[in-house]
Design a protein around this ligand. Structure first.
Ligand SMILES: *[C@@H]1O[C@H](CO)[C@@H](O)[C@H](O)[C@H]1NC(C)=O
Ligand SMILES: *[C@@H]1O[C@H](CO)[C@@H](O)[C@H](O)[C@H]1NC(C)=O
Ligand SMILES: *[C@@H]1O[C@H](CO)[C@@H](O)[C@H](O)[C@H]1NC(C)=O
Ligand SMILES: *[C@@H]1O[C@H](CO)[C@@H](O)[C@H](O)[C@H]1NC(C)=O
Ligand SMILES: *[C@@H]1O[C@H](CO)[C@@H](O)[C@H](O)[C@H]1NC(C)=O
Ligand SMILES: *[C@@H]1O[C@H](CO)[C@@H](O)[C@H](O)[C@H]1NC(C)=O
Ligand SMILES: *[C@@H]1O[C@H](CO)[C@@H](O)[C@H](O)[C@H]1NC(C)=O
Ligand SMILES: *[C@@H]1O[C@H](CO)[C@@H](O)[C@H](O)[C@H]1NC(C)=O
Length: 444
């Protein structure tokens, strides 16, 4: 850059000399002081052999001025018209701030010239200040002829991250046949991500003239044609219930889709009251964010009443089994009667646990109340000798220090490890292989 200014300055002095001659022969013309002001308000009629100095800029800095030629075009503005004997344009030498200081070239780079400045516009811009879009950029630079491509647009299914796209690679030639491909950011067959990707091929000739002329967009657009996928659709189910109308719950299905799930709605919500003899058919409508719908998740809910098999109080239901069974057998049969769906949820029946007070009340409501006095309860000492553990509600055994034992019980005899009700509904320990009646219970 520095060197460039030096050159131009030298040239400027040659011009200055020639102009000086012209000016001096015309020194009496006073109007030159007022007729030709440039836009910086400087005198055109500067002393001709001065070097250009620094001057105070409007912004307060001292800024180096450079020599310029102010052309005196054919009498324009009243300035005297001069002929150049040295083949330079008519005009006067001035020192002034570089024209490029005000960045006149909007999109290009600015070159100081003898009389002003010149903007060099990049590809795609034109006009004196490179401010106009060049909608039809030249296809050549420095004699390189480029064969480029139009934009490529493809469509892929939503959710596909990218697409391999083949294209005829851009090419370039010059007359000498010395063009080489300098760089390419994508090649044919590459994976192009969803969206718009600018492909750029840069060619150059042997003298290094670069032509990054071939650019085109690869647009990968998405379309959603896949309806949502529903997971964990509940199956058709039959519920055993104690009441003819019972609220039934289920876990709603989940769904997924590349566009996201907009909503999942059903004609019945979990917790709906269902009646025996009136099964319901639940249908889920799943809609994705593209408006595609899947209604494939549907299931029937049917209720079967077991009400007549059970006697209920407000806290428990009971079912008497008149068969005489060993303790383990009786214990294992109860869960097979369930699950039973209650208003409070699903329950698995378990072998009765009742103290003397509960057993006495129970005897009054059971048809076979008397037989209750020979019925197993859910306690044993199989784990640790001397330590009776009771499963109160079917959820696990705990140690119970009960006042319900008959006097003299538990006996502590080695083989009497299971507990049954006895006279006056008191507890006694018996060998587990004895046969007794049993009651299954549901804790509500
Ligand atoms: C222009 O030149 C005249 C005469 O040489 C001088 O008096 C005047 O101050 C100059 N004006 C400027 C702005 O330099
Ligand atoms: C003043 O303007 C000149 C030319 O545009 C510039 O080089 C210089 O940095 C400016 N100084 C300040 C303080 O802005
Ligand atoms: C394009 O997508 C596939 C999966 O569909 C992936 O394996 C591959 O890495 C992706 N390519 C790029 C360049 O990200
Ligand atoms: C429920 O049964 C019906 C047939 O009556 C069937 O079309 C449907 O797919 C079943 N639903 C489930 C979730 O198994
Ligand atoms: C189900 O029925 C019970 C008793 O009639 C009522 O209290 C409850 O609100 C009902 N539930 C629904 C979801 O309708
Ligand atoms: C629904 O099920 C039918 C039959 O199984 C199947 O052809 C269809 O693709 C499914 N629809 C959706 C949206 O999954
Ligand atoms: C489910 O309900 C529908 C409509 O009520 C019925 O047509 C269908 O047979 C039922 N399927 C089953 C398995 O109960
Ligand atoms: C039962 O009695 C034993 C011995 O007296 C005592 O250690 C234990 O904590 C009692 N358990 C309960 C549940 O009261």
């Amino acid at each position: 850059m520095e060197q460039k200014y030096v050159l131009e300055c030298t040239y400027g002095i040659v011009i200055c000399l020639s102009i000086a001659l012209l000016v001096s022969s015309d020194a009496s013309m006073n109007e030159t002081k007022t007729c030709c002001t440039d836009r910086f308000g400087l005198n055109y009629t500067l002393p001709m052999f001065f070097e250009c100095q620094k001057k105070g800029h409007l912004n307060g800095s001292m800024v180096q001025t450079i020599p310029k030629l102010i052309p005196n075009s054919l009498g324009g503005g009243g300035c005297p018209r001069r002929e150049s004997k040295l083949g330079v344009p008519p005009g006067r030498r001035v020192c002034r701030f570089p024209d490029c200081d005000i960045n006149p070239c909007e999109n290009g780079w600015c070159e100081e010239t003898m009389t002003g400045y010149r903007c060099h516009c990049p590809i795609g811009f034109q006009g004196k200040q490179c401010h106009e879009l060049d909608t039809n950029p030249p296809a050549t630079t420095q004699g390189i002829f480029v064969t480029c491509l139009k934009d490529i647009t493809v469509t892929v299914e939503l959710g596909t991250p990218n697409k391999s796209i083949e294209f005829t690679p851009p090419s370039a030639v010059n007359r000498e046949g010395t063009v080489v491909l300098v760089s390419q950011n994508y090649i044919s067959g590459d994976d192009f991500p969803v969206g718009s990707t600018l492909v750029e091929y840069i060619f150059a000739d042997e003298s290094g003239n670069q032509a990054s002329l071939c650019t085109f967009n690869v647009n990968v657009n998405t379309v959603d044609t896949t309806p949502p996928v529903v997971q964990s659709c509940p199956s058709n189910q039959t519920f055993s219930v104690l009441k003819t109308t019972t609220p039934i719950t289920w876990t709603p299905p989940t769904a997924s889709d590349a566009s996201g799930i907009a909503f999942i709605v059903a004609n019945y919500e979990p917790g709906v009251n269902v009646s025996v003899n009136s099964p319901i058919s639940v249908i889920y409508t799943v809609t994705d964010n593209s408006g595609l719908v899947n209604t494939n998740c549907s299931f029937n809910i049917t209720l079967v009443s077991v009400e007549t098999e059970w006697e209920c109080t407000s806290s428990k239901c009971y079912r008497f089994d008149t068969r005489w069974l060993m303790w383990h057998h009786a214990h294992n049969i109860c869960p097979t009667l369930g699950p039973i769906t209650t208003a409070a949820g699903d329950r698995t029946p378990s072998l009765l646990f009742a103290d003397t007070e509960e057993a006495s009340r129970l005897a009054l409501i059971l048809k076979h109340g008397n037989d209750l006095r020979d019925s197993w309860i859910n306690c044993n000492e199989m784990e640790t000798k001397g330590l009776f553990m009771c499963d109160v509600d079917g959820n696990g055994a705990v140690q119970i220090n009960s006042t319900s034992w008959s006097s003299g019980h538990p006996t502590g005899y080695g083989n009497e490890k299971c507990v049954a009700l006895s006279y006056h509904y008191k507890w006694r320990d018996l060998p587990c292989h004895y046969a007794r009646s049993s009651v299954c219970q549901i804790v509500l």
